[in-house]
Design a protein around this ligand. Structure first.
Ligand code: SF4
Length: 404
């Protein structure tokens, strides 16, 4: 298994597959053809259907300012639902082309070339092998991650954590309407301040965590800097819970970084054995993965044992199975922002169950990840980031589902 570093990418929202990946692909292709006078980029599949709402063109033009971009929305037999064709020309002649896939979380794959992150730093390939290694080496999960990745990983995680906290703070201090035309007002600040009379401690916790999740997700929707965890669309779940634990509950930063490492490991296992791409497997691959990562992080922070951590991650994914991706207007706003807050609370519930019931569990984390992948591949394309089905389709209807 490769390093967990690529689970966390710092970049502009609103979608890792539709902005971070295409930007990186465009920068790579441009660097290969410095003498080209014309670049033509054709977007297919989910990139073509939701690329305008997800600002894919803007992301590509940040790397190739004068790129000609075609949104090809016709039916094609594509090797990946997020496919891009780059062509470079000089003096009217084609001098190079490449098909590049945006495979989720900002990662890219050039067709017929080795993967960009080829080095395997873990001999383990799944969670059960990780558990075996922890037991045979007498290490906990952070200990094994340090052994495999080296201490320098923690310098990287410290930068990631600062970027996550920045996004929370910026989001809490910004008001107004999000771009894109849906007229959605930012709610993070309102939620943080909206304490009700005689509010119970648990209600306060959920409200504050939801406010943090809204803060980061609204920053993402506003195309500001966020950290993929594991994607931009799901970037609010993990920072919301960990920020609450550090800022409101006083957990020290070194323990938060350990939790971030455990969450990264879980995201990495999902990415390598299934997918973290909404275009490939629906929202279960994005929000489900973020929920699972967060449950594992929180269980680790509470010093639960490795079986409890595994079970928390498993529960969090199991109850997101089948979750569709149907962003209204191709924007990462409805259902995405609210969904980040709900997933943060679901991660906490998953940990609470795992704490007491782990010895009776029947489904392993590896099993639920394999199930998520199969379910995702079975999902109709309408529910895989095309904005052709679900809420995206019925948004402009009345309460009975009739078109207005
Ligand atoms: S519905 Fe889920 S997968 Fe789809 S864009 Fe929103 S957060 Fe991403």
């Amino acid at each position: 298994m490769k390093s967990i570093r690529s689970v966390y990418r710092i970049g502009n929202g609103p979608s890792s597959s539709h902005t971070v990946g295409p930007y990186r692909a465009a920068a790579l292709f441009r660097a290969r053809y410095p003498k080209a006078s014309r670049f033509i980029v054709t977007l297919y599949g989910s990139l073509a259907f939701t690329g305008e709402g997800h600002s894919t063109g803007k992301a590509i033009r940040n790397a190739i300012p004068d790129a000609e971009i075609i949104f090809d929305r016709k039916e094609h037999d594509l090797p990946h639902p997020n496919t891009m064709l780059f062509i470079a020309e000089k003096d009217g002649q084609e001098i190079g082309r490449a098909r590049i896939f945006s495979i989720g979380g900002g990662s890219i794959q050039v067709e017929n070339e080795p993967s960009e992150e080829d080095t395997h730093v873990y001999p383990e390939t799944c969670f059960s092998e990780i558990m075996d290694s922890c037991r045979s080496l007498g290490l906990n999960l952070p200990g094994l991650i340090r052994l495999r990745e080296g201490d320098s990983l923690y310098d990287f995680l410290a930068v990631v954590w600062e970027a996550m906290k920045d996004a929370v703070q910026r989001g809490l201090n910004t008001e107004g309407i999000l771009p894109g035309g849906l007229g959605i007002t930012r709610k993070a600040k309102l939620l943080l301040e909206k304490r009700c009379y005689n509010e119970a401690a648990e209600v306060t916790m959920n409200r504050v965590i939801a406010a943090y999740a809204y803060a980061v997700s609204e920053e993402n929707a506003d195309e500001h800097i966020v950290v993929t965890a594991p994607t931009c669309g799901s970037c609010g779940v993990l920072p919301a819970v960990l920020n609450y634990m550090e800022h409101d509950r006083g957990f020290p930063e070194e323990e938060i970084l350990d939790a971030l490492a455990v969450a990264g490991l879980v995201g990495n296992i999902i990415r390598e054995n299934a997918s973290i791409s909404g275009a490939e497997c629906g929202c279960q691959a994005e929000i489900g993965s973020a929920c699972s990562m967060t449950a594992a992080a929180l269980a680790s922070l509470y010093r639960l044992n490795i079986d409890q951590i595994e079970y928390a991650a498993e529960i969090a994914m199991e109850h997101n199975l089948g979750l569709t991706c149907d962003p209204v207007g191709g924007l990462v706003q409805i259902p995405c922002i609210e969904r980040n807050a709900v997933a943060a609370m679901r991660a906490i519930s998953s940990v609470n169950l795992s704490r007491f019931l782990y010895e009776t569990r029947k489904i392993s984390f590896d099993n639920v990840i394999a199930t998520m992948y199969r379910t995702g591949r079975d999902l109709n394309e309408k529910y895989r980031e095309t904005s052709h089905g679900g809420l995206a389709n019925l948004y402009n209807t009345n309460r009975l589902g009739k078109r207005q």
